[in-house]
Design a protein around this ligand. Structure first.
Ligand SMILES: NC(=O)C1=CN([C@@H]2O[C@H](COP(=O)(O)OP(=O)(O)OC[C@H]3O[C@@H](n4cnc5c(N)ncnc54)[C@H](OP(=O)(O)O)[C@@H]3O)[C@@H](O)[C@H]2O)C=CC1
Ligand SMILES: CC(=O)N[C@@H](CCC(=O)OP(=O)(O)O)C(=O)O
Length: 344
């Protein structure tokens, strides 16, 4: 059994890590960290967690000292210091935030308004969407877990980009996220009367996930690509739907596109290519580590339309982080992740 700790355990993604790791057969949740609630029991904040994990919330250093694997589920800017301590103690860090996602420090500076303080550390980290990068993960010391929107988008575009059937310069992405994507902190936009019965784009063509999306697309294509990305806040608790538009280089039938995707994702346990004529729906992935992809061709305009949906808390955060942990430790990639979607 591996002793695992979660820093930022009281946050939304932290609590989701507890929920999923509780069912992992090779993991023992050893320590939970909190700054604001240190010394209190986690069930004082989340009564649903009574009896299923250690209760006392510890300081960050106590979590690192007690565990072999550490998940940092904290705001960006906090994880470099945690990463240094983990590397120095030869422990595995999986960071759910943005501190180890971008390979170009200039991108981090521009989009997150922060600088890498410990550049050496970043040479020891890998960014991993398992379906695209799994061969890099085994033996890694720090894993930068992807953002929620970029996960849905990269998985939605990968087969078409890899097969060179779309023009990457024509990609336009329209995404919608549930409110848990904003985290537990209070803000006006996630305040109930403001988000309920409302639906609006935000950070139009200026969201900080843009460089991460472009980084992955550019790596697949082999040259720098710019995309247009517009996120929306959807008044549901969890789930992301990304609708991705691009021009086909040459006309393809819906059947041909479907065959391409089905072939590319053959054998992938967490990517489900939907049948022709079906449309992906976040309702079908809630609570699970699945990414559902539906494929549509606008034959009049020669556009490919991909709809990719995930649960932002699972495939977009905690589930994917555990998938990465499994890869890093040499466990079966799906271990502890057989979470059937909630039907209602
Ligand atoms: N929500 C989502 O859908 C996704 C989130 N992420 C990323 O995962 C990370 C966590 O997100 P989420 O759970 O939503 O955010 P929350 O705001 O819900 O939780 C963040 C937690 O971080 C802890 N924290 C804050 N500052 C520090 C610090 N200096 N040291 C240690 N702990 C600290 C807080 O715990 P306390 O108050 O107890 O100290 C807080 O509960 C973020 O980087 C986020 O961007 C990634 C993908 C999806
Ligand atoms: C709905 C909502 O607010 N979503 C968040 C998702 C960000 C997130 O979780 O991403 P990081 O891990 O990169 O911080 C946002 O748009 O900022």
């Amino acid at each position: 059994m591996i002793d695992v700790g979660i820093i930022g355990a009281t946050g939304y993604a932290g609590v989701e890590l507890i929920r999923i790791l509780h069912g992992h057969p090779q993991v023992h949740i050893r320590a939970l960290g909190s700054v604001s609630f240190e010394g209190q029991d986690i069930s004082d904040i989340y009564p649903s967690l009574a009896g299923i994990c250690p209760q006392k919330l510890l300081a960050t250093d106590e979590v690192i000292d007690a565990c072999q694997v550490i998940f940092a589920s904290v705001p960006h800017g906090v994880s470099e210091e945690i990463g240094r301590k983990c590397v120095d103690q030869d422990k595995l860090l999986i960071d759910l935030g943005a501190d180890f996602r971008l390979t170009d420090p200039e991108d981090y500076k521009e989009w997150y308004k922060l600088e890498y303080k410990d550049p050496e550390l970043h040479k020891q980290s890998v960014y991993s969407i398992p379906e695209l990068h799994r061969e890099k993960v085994k033996g890694a010391k720090i894993i930068g877990n992807p953002g929620c929107y970029p996960t849905s988008i990269a998985l939605g575009l990968f087969p078409a980009l890899k097969a060179c059937v779309i023009d990457p310069d024509t990609i336009v992405i329209d995404s919608k996220s549930g409110v848990t994507g904003a985290g537990r902190g209070l803000s006006q936009t996630s305040h109930y009367p403001d988000c309920n019965e409302a639906f609006s784009p935000y950070k139009i063509a200026s969201h900080r996930h843009t460089p991460e999306i472009e980084q992955t697309i550019s790596q697949i294509v082999g040259r720098d690509v710019l995309i247009t990305f517009v996120p929306h806040l959807l008044p549901v608790n969890r789930g992301i739907v990304s609708t991705i538009y691009s021009k086909l280089k040459t006309p393809l039938s819906p059947k041909e596109v479907h065959e391409l995707y089905a072939h590319t994702y053959q054998g992938e346990q967490f990517v489900r290519v939907m049948k022709e004529g079906q449309a992906a729906n976040l309702k079908n992935v809630r609570g699970s580590n699945y990414c559902d992809i539906s494929l549509h061709v606008d034959t009049r305009t020669n556009r490919l339309i991909v709809v990719s949906t995930i649960d932002n808390m699972v495939k977009g955060a905690a589930g994917q982080a555990i998938q990465n942990m499994n890869l890093a430790l040499g466990f079966p990639e799906d271990m502890g992740l057989h979470l059937a979607p909630l039907c209602f």
